[in-house]
Design a protein around this ligand. Structure first.
Ligand SMILES: [Zn+2]
Length: 135
């Protein structure tokens, strides 16, 4: 609870007073009156923001500090995850020219090897065409 400073309207005595926000509102609106501890006169709240210092208590989900840590941890994980997704969304590298897993100079060479083995070589044609268009 924040601590406020009160001042008696009759004798001018000041005193610190801890008030919840609800009580503070009541006092400020005049719904609730405070008595001077010295003369039982009416006391008023002094405006003194320097005295309004408080720490928000940790709730079930933690306080602000732990929330900030959770947020930072979440964001760090998110960054790693997003970087991974970005990497995986990059178009896969084009097929390396090969025949039966053996790397060849180009697809034409691979097709020649396949032809020598008496295989159907038509599937190499689109690869050779694409190879021709990108020097
Ligand atoms: Zn007083």
């Amino acid at each position: 609870m924040p601590t406020y400073t009160t001042q008696c309207e009759s004798c001018g005595a000041t005193a610190p007073l801890r008030l919840s926000f609800v009580n503070y509102e009541s006092v400020k609106l005049g719904v609730k009156t405070l008595e001077c501890g010295t003369c039982l006169g009416k006391v008023a709240l002094m405006f003194n923001p320097g005295d309004v210092s408080f720490v928000l208590a940790d709730g079930e989900s933690g306080g602000f500090q732990s929330k900030a840590m959770k947020e930072n941890t979440y964001r760090a994980k998110r960054r790693v995850e997003m970087a991974r997704r970005t990497r995986e969304h990059i178009a896969p590298r084009p097929l390396i020219p090969n025949y039966e897993g053996q790397q060849t100079e180009n697809w034409r060479e691979a097709q020649e090897s396949a032809r020598k083995d008496g295989k159907d070589v038509s599937s190499y044609n689109p690869l050779i065409r694409r190879e021709g268009s990108t020097p």
